[in-house]
Write a protein that binds this ligand. Structure first.
Ligand code: S3P
Length: 462
């Protein structure tokens, strides 16, 4: 695989506006692509293991493909064998080679931040870059602990942002780090760096964030212990410099992608759909818990464990009886990517939905708090922001309109397209190109369920 080329200016190609309109009842059984978090990690762990890791169900979205290119640029052999089927020939912990070009992570916070941790454990120098959205996102949260471990930041844009260059030391120092934010990306960067340090690296988080890194560390044979910390937190202890053994990985379907057809079925009258094989890891299911509290009909069918993760088929039925709820701040880590789509569903509920503690939304692919608020305003939904809380006034219906500005953010684009499926007037969004970062099959999958969505290409709607 060739090293990524730098495309720091943004997504290749012109913006693609699209329109979603009133749709008939959604019906059918679908499978959404592989989980993005697990997909990034499977390539990374494959790179850090000695020998061949086989991956099935990999998300072939742009974010993950950029991680694959970075792994290849750092010395792993990364090969696509078929749809979602990949093999990685790893180089082992501490075995990375110096890349001969900047690593371009495109739109992906997860890929770039986790790979900073990976690079830290090797005596190499690497430059990290990304598109205009990624260049705006905070990286100090990763650089701070890595510098404590001995990593040198050779160069960085203002505020420690991309593009930046890191140099891993000969001997990394293990640390105990209490993360200032509940972030699986910070946690994972520190733990991945800790693989290259002698002794124990300890990561403390006050609110538990998604635990795919810890699960995969265990799966690949590292010694890792996880203990409760305070009321909602965890303390993770990792023994450094293990030899990671290659293990097969089956990537379950992404609950953060499933959220969009789930939402569509809840707002389009008469809908009854099944989404197969969705990961229901309790640290990822805050949205489904919230929706059930709102009165949604979501059943977990055939609950099982696949590839070390809890998985179920989700049956979702429209009942037309959703009511507003208050979503506590401590639930945020388990549904951090799902607030834009929850805001849309809340508009179709009756009464106020209050979402507390959303400060982290301001530093996602866009300032999601502002982007959601502006989008709701554009489609006629009453709402307000109080501090870090978002309140949506649900009236059971949405008038529609737009265009909604998507700000290079896949989840804003998908959320507002879903909003249009039951709106009185169509909803227009300004660019659907970034949906390819996480859910390349979104449009055909939604259309297969019956959704009415049209994309304007240069040649007209398709
Ligand atoms: C992710 C962690 C979350 C999430 C992102 C994926 C991960 O980010 O928003 O989409 O795979 O670790 P934070 O760690 O910044 O909360």
């Amino acid at each position: 695989m060739e090293a990524a080329t730098t495309d720091a200016g943004g997504h290749a190609g012109a913006p693609m506006p699209a329109r979603a309109g009133l749709s008939p009842a959604l019906k059918g059984t679908v499978r959404v692509p592989g989980d993005k978090s697990v997909s990034h990690r499977s390539l990374i762990f494959g790179t850090l293991a000695v020998g061949e890791t086989r991956i099935s169900g990999l998300l072939e979205g742009e974010d993950v493909l950029n991680t694959a290119k970075a792994c290849a640029a750092l010395g792993a052999t990364v090969e696509r064998l078929g749809e979602g089927e990949w093999r990685v020939e790893g180089v082992g912990v501490g075995g990375l080679t110096q890349p001969d070009a900047p690593l371009d992570f495109g739109n992906a916070g997860t890929g770039s931040r986790l790979m900073m941790g990976v690079v830290a454990g090797n005596p190499i120098t690497a430059t990290f870059d990304g598109d205009a959205s990624l260049r705006r996102r905070p990286m100090r949260r990763i650089l701070d602990p890595l510098e404590q471990m001995g990593v040198e930041v050779m160069d960085a844009a203002e505020g420690g942002r991309l593009p930046l260059t890191l140099k891993g030391p000969r001997d990394l120092v293990p640390i105990t780090y209490e993360s200032p934010v509940a972030s699986a990306q910070i946690k994972s960067a520190v733990l991945l760096a800790g693989l290259g340090a002698p002794g124990e690296t300890v990561l403390i988080e006050r609110e538990a964030s998604r635990d795919h890194t810890e699960r995969m560390l265990t799966h690949f044979g590292a010694e890792v212990t996880v203990e409760p910390y305070g009321t909602h937190g965890r303390k993770v202890t990792l023994k450094g410099r293990p030899e990671l053994k290659p293990r097969p990985i089956a990537v379950p379907a992404d609950p953060s992608s499933a959220a969009f057809p789930v939402a569509a079925a809840l707002i389009v009258p008469g809908s009854d759909i099944v989404i197969e094989g969705v990961m229901v890891n309790p640290l990822r299911t805050g949205l489904f818990i919230t929706l059930k509290q709102m009165g949604a009909s979501i059943d977990y069918l055939n609950e099982r464990v696949e590839g070390g993760e809890d998985v179920a088929d989700l049956r979702v039925r429209h009942t037309g009886r959703l009511t507003g709820v208050e979503v506590p701040a401590e639930r945020a880590p388990s549904m951090i990517d799902e607030y834009p789509i929850l805001a849309v569903i809340a508009a179709y509920a009756q009464g106020t939905t209050r979402m507390n503690g959303l400060s982290e939304l301001r530093v996602k692919e866009s300032d999601r708090l502002a982007a959601v608020a502006d989008g709701l305003a554009a489609i006629g939904v009453a709402h307000r922001i109080e501090g870090d809380d978002l309140l949506v006034e649900g009236k059971g219906s949405v008038s529609g309109g737009g265009p909604v500005a998507t700000h290079m953010d896949h989840r804003i684009a998908m959320s507002f397209l879903v909003a249009g499926l039951a709106a009185a007037n169509a909803v227009e969004v300004d660019d659907v190109a970034f949906i390819a970062t996480s859910f390349p099959s979104f449009l055909p999958l939604m259309k297969r369920l019956g959704a009415v969505i049209e994309v304007d290409t240069a040649g007209g709607a398709r």
